[in-house]
Design a protein around this ligand. Structure first.
Ligand code: GLN
Length: 193
């Protein structure tokens, strides 16, 4: 049985663990560096990225997370989790792992609408994904090694903004796949692990 951890410092880690258990994996709450041992994959949930970053710092998790992910631990970051994985944030300075080569813009939809749902076309998935966005970031800039799997159109500029990306075994979404019955994104994490 695969062991999938969810960073359980703040945010909706319980919903993620419920999904991975439904998919037949062992779901583990991760709060200490020791909890990372023996994991096949890790989820960093949505919540508040500055709080997750601050708590990760206090719990001594920043360096262990960074090295496990750099060594190839498959990871899925959703919303605040995407922000925490990224290398930088537009306008804000906050603790980040810097393992995903993207610059994120926090609360990017705020100017338009805070929270909403949309059917999102995702590369490699025949049917669209019902995506729940809650005070969500989008990606401002992607690095060369990053594949964009889904985007939305910025109503103001008309430009495409990535909301689902993959860099090797790092998956990151702006939206919350754990809040719908569609388990395909968690299945993808299990496939790469
Ligand atoms: N707005 C939050 C942040 O900037 C993310 C929101 C979420 O995870 N749903 O960290």
């Amino acid at each position: 049985m695969k062991r999938v951890g969810a960073l359980a410092l703040q945010g909706d880690f319980r919903e993620h663990l419920a999904v991975v258990r439904r998919l037949g994996a062992d779901g583990i709450e991760v709060r200490t560096p020791e909890d990372l041992e023996g994991l096949d994959a890790l989820i960093i949930p949505g919540g508040e990225s500055t709080t997750i970053g601050r708590l990760a710092n206090i719990y001594g998790l920043i360096d262990p997370l960074r090295s496990r992910i750099t060594e190839g631990l498959p990871v899925l970051g959703t919303c605040a989790g995407m922000i925490f994985l990224a290398s930088a944030t537009v306008r804000y300075e906050q603790p980040q792992l810097g393992v995903l080569d993207v610059v994120v813009e926090r609360n990017a939809f705020g100017r338009q609408v805070d929270s909403f749902e949309a059917d999102l076309a995702v590369a490699g998935m025949p049917k669209p994904v019902r995506a729940v966005f809650i005070r969500a970031p989008w990606i401002h800039k992607v690095g060369a090694e990053v594949d964009v799997l889904a985007s939305v159109t910025d109503q103001e500029s008309g430009e495409e903004r990535p909301v689902f990306v993959r860099q090797e075994r790092i998956l990151a979404t702006s939206f919350h796949p754990e809040l719908t019955d569609d388990t395909r994104i968690h299945e993808l994490l299990l496939e790469v692990s």
